[in-house]
Design a protein around this ligand. Structure first.
Ligand SMILES: Nc1ncnc2c1ncn2[C@@H]1O[C@H](COP(=O)(O)OP(=O)(O)OP(=O)(O)O)[C@@H](O)[C@H]1O
Length: 460
């Protein structure tokens, strides 16, 4: 007790002496001398300080500072790990919650063994009124900025590697959180502004295609996305082309939706019949964003593409149409080098109807045949619609699927009719497949008879 009393009186007398010294100094020592003393002290402490701090303000003049925006996105998730107060929010175009650092909060990070500390700060705009270069500052009520501190000896690494890494990561984080959009063109051959939120819920887990093909496609996409260095090294444009072909209802559009959801890429749906000419086509390609999928559906029937000779004729005749060479330029000509991380998909029901120039090796990187429903695709559909992985009727259905040509769309149509009662539904599918088998056998016989007749007619 007496100890704490004497400690208190010591602190009190120390404080009183400090105040006395301060008032004596203020009164008797000239202001300039005090300033000189303080700045000397400041310089001395700077010389001994091992820390370097980078200040990253929200605005650079009138425009937003991209490093500030990147820090906001990059630190969001990290803030949930170490900060004591975290901001959370979600806009209509976000897929999930996003987080942010609250004011005066600190976030620690580590990069290649270097520890750094971020701090988010806000000051009233009045305090920076004398910053003439920032015209906008007076219009804003506060100046927001990050301070990034680290040991001086890591200066080079932070400037040359860490900050570029933060910019890259932030870009990826923003893109991951953005809902996929579908872009279509308007009557003037421009992409409609903003696009619409792509509501398709097809994913690779619900897509009913052969399991082996599915795996191959996912691996191919993974390799493409991670291929930045490979494309740079080989001097190739960072793009990939897929030709999806197969009968109607085998899942070409569904596969495109699954790819877009998997990669989180926007889809640009290009209807060539609406595009005025090659020049319009070129402008549309230039206006697409990176990390996107350009889709041209039913390429064989939306437009009649002239071959190279006819191209010239079309141009001479002033025909305002997209020509085959215009299209080939998008695939592997000069226009194809615009942008990066882009996928081009053509779909067709009749691969044979396509111009051989489009099919030449190397033109479309992967030709994907989507065919009739096999048992592995059926199992996926049964799981999607009925929530079951096995049933006593599966064996019978497997046998029937070997003999019957039926599309996944047809099976999906049957499954949806009675999805509450799995047993009844599967029984209906057996009947459906039986009937289809009989019908297909009858059609085949009729066809044979017809061909025999035609042959007989020719002989006569
Ligand atoms: N492989 C599949 N996996 C899951 N569902 C499928 C599949 N194929 C078709 N479907 C179902 O059938 C519907 C129509 O299929 P989709 O539009 O993908 O076929 P498509 O091959 O693109 O047809 P088209 O050639 O007529 O454009 C889909 O909305 C989906 O419900």
């Amino acid at each position: 007790m007496s100890n704490s009393k004497s400690l208190l009186s010591a602190v009190a007398s120390l404080a009183a002496s400090a105040m006395l010294i301060r008032s004596i100094t203020n009164e008797f020592i000239p202001h300039e001398v005090i300033e000189f003393f303080y700045s000397g002290l400041h310089n001395l402490s700077r010389q001994f300080s091992t820390q370097l701090t980078i200040v990253i303000e929200e605005f650079q003049g009138v425009s937003k500072n991209q490093v500030f925006e990147a820090a906001e996105a990059y630190l969001g998730k990290k803030a949930t790990l170490s900060a004591l107060r975290v901001k959370a929010g979600k806009s209509e175009n976000d897929k999930k919650l996003s987080f942010g650092v609250d004011r005066d909060e600190e976030v620690d990070d580590e990069f290649e063994g270097v520890r750094v500390r971020w701090k988010f700060l806000c000051v009233q705009a009045e305090s920076s009124r004398n910053r003439h270069h920032d015209m906008n500052a007076s219009l804003r009520s506060e100046i927001r900025y990050y301070e990034l501190s680290f040991h001086k000896r890591h200066k080079e690494k932070i400037f040359n590697s860490y900050l570029p890494y933060v910019l890259d990561r932030a870009k990826a984080i923003k893109q991951e959180n953005m809902a996929v959009k579908l872009h279509t063109i308007d009557y003037r051959s421009y992409w409609k502004e903003d696009g619409v939120k792509f509501g398709h819920s097809m994913t690779f887990s619900t897509l009913a295609i052969d399991a082996g093909l599915k795996k191959e496609l996912v691996n191919d996409l993974d390799k493409f996305v991670k291929g930045k260095e490979f494309y740079k090294k080989t001097g190739k444009a960072w793009k990939r082309g897929y030709l999806l072909y197969g009968p109607p209802g085998t899942g070409k559009s569904s596969l495109i939706a699954a790819m877009a959801c998997y990669l989180n890429y926007d889809i640009y749906d290009l209807d060539l019949t609406v595009v005025g000419d090659n020049n319009d086509l070129k402008n549309l390609i230039l206006a697409m964003s990176n990390r996107s999928i350009l889709v041209m559906e039913d390429i064989d029937c939306t437009i009649k593409l002239q071959n190279r000779e006819e191209d010239k004729e079309a141009v001479n005749n002033g025909d305002n149409k997209v020509t085959l060479s215009g299209l080939l330029n998008v695939i592997d000509g000069l226009w194809s080098c615009c942008g990066e991380e882009r996928i081009i998909i053509f779909t067709t029901n009749h691969k044979d109807g396509l111009d051989p120039a489009l099919l030449r090796p190397g033109r479309m990187d992967m030709h994907v045949h989507l065919s009739y429903c096999n048992f592995s695709a059926f199992e996926q559909l049964a799981f999607n619609y009925l929530g079951i992985s096995q049933h006593k009727l599966f064996e019978q259905i497997e046998g029937l699927l070997r003999d019957v040509q039926v599309t996944p769309a047809e099976i999906a149509g049957e499954l949806i009719k009675n999805s509450d009662a799995a047993g009844e539904c599967l029984q209906d599918i057996v009947t459906f497949l039986h009937n289809k088998k009989i019908l297909q056998a009858k059609t085949k016989i009729d066809q044979n008879i017809k061909e025999d007749h035609e042959l007989g007619g020719e002989k006569l």
